[in-house]
Design a protein around this ligand. Structure first.
Ligand code: URA
Length: 243
């Protein structure tokens, strides 16, 4: 990375301001004053401004990954004129460029990944990688007896044919025509789970994502709470997309 970009990323000033700071000899690399803003900085170098050491280049390049238990009522967007967004929840992190890995509906709760890693996020969402997402659903209405087969065979909608999805009924209340179910899909179509269940006679009254690829929603996280992913979890995500 160029020295001026590194200094700007560290918040020392704009690109032109840091060039001036370098020109004045206020910046040292590995103990020696550098006056070339274009000098290359690598993870092995230590840089200081006015004698004060800055964080390592590796730290800057590090991507941030979080698991959020999305609360109902928040939108999966960077900003919204009306509603609170999930990115608002991360304000105190002071990180620029965070975004959600896919979206959950405003009324859906559960596991939402938030990161600043465009590359891995892209792979996780790519239809070709077929990363599975599992949802817990409360459903009203009587589901068709062959609902599971129909979902696994793919359902033809006006705008697309769904990829095979799994349905597992956890419990039924025959008197009230309600049930609880797990639905696993491997694509991320708009309202997909609600539309799949509607196609087999069910109306989703509550939806929560409980797994994304290899990761399960951390049971310690209450709605609105989040935590950083561990390095092992990030490795599991990479493995899930063959990276
Ligand atoms: N499917 C839905 O219908 N809604 C979501 O929020 C996610 C998947």
């Amino acid at each position: 990375m160029r020295l001026d970009k590194y200094l700007a990323d560290c918040g020392i000033g704009t690109r032109s301001e840091v060039k001036e700071i370098v020109r004045k000899g206020r910046v040292s690399m590995n103990g020696t004053v550098v006056k070339d803003s274009g000098a290359a900085v690598s993870e092995a170098d230590s840089v200081s401004v006015d004698g004060k050491a800055l964080g390592g280049v590796g730290e800057l390049a590090k991507k941030h990954w979080f698991m959020l238990n999305k609360p109902a009522g928040t939108v999966s967007a960077n900003s919204d004129v009306r509603d609170a967004t999930v990115i608002d929840i991360f304000k105190s992190e002071g990180l620029k460029g965070l975004f959600t890995v896919g979206r959950l509906d405003k009324d859906t709760e559960g596991l939402l990944l938030v990161c600043d890693d465009g590359e891995l996020s892209h792979y996780l969402l790519a239809p070709s990688r077929s990363v599975e997402k599992t949802y817990f659903a409360r459903v009203s209405g009587r589901l068709a007896p062959d609902a599971a087969e129909r979902l696994s065979g793919g359902i033809e909608f006006k705008d697309f044919v769904s990829r095979p999805a799994k349905l597992e009924i956890l419990g039924e209340d025959g008197d009230n025509d309600t049930c609880e179910a797990l639905v696993t899909v491997c694509e991320g179509r708009f309202h997909e789970v609600k539309r799949l269940l509607a196609a087999v006679g069910g109306d989703v009254t509550y939806l929560k994502r409980i797994a994304f690829g290899p990761l399960k929603l951390d049971a310690q996280l209450k709605p609105g709470e989040y935590r950083a992913l561990t390095d092992a979890e990030i490795r599991e995500l990479k493995a899930a997309v063959g990276k």
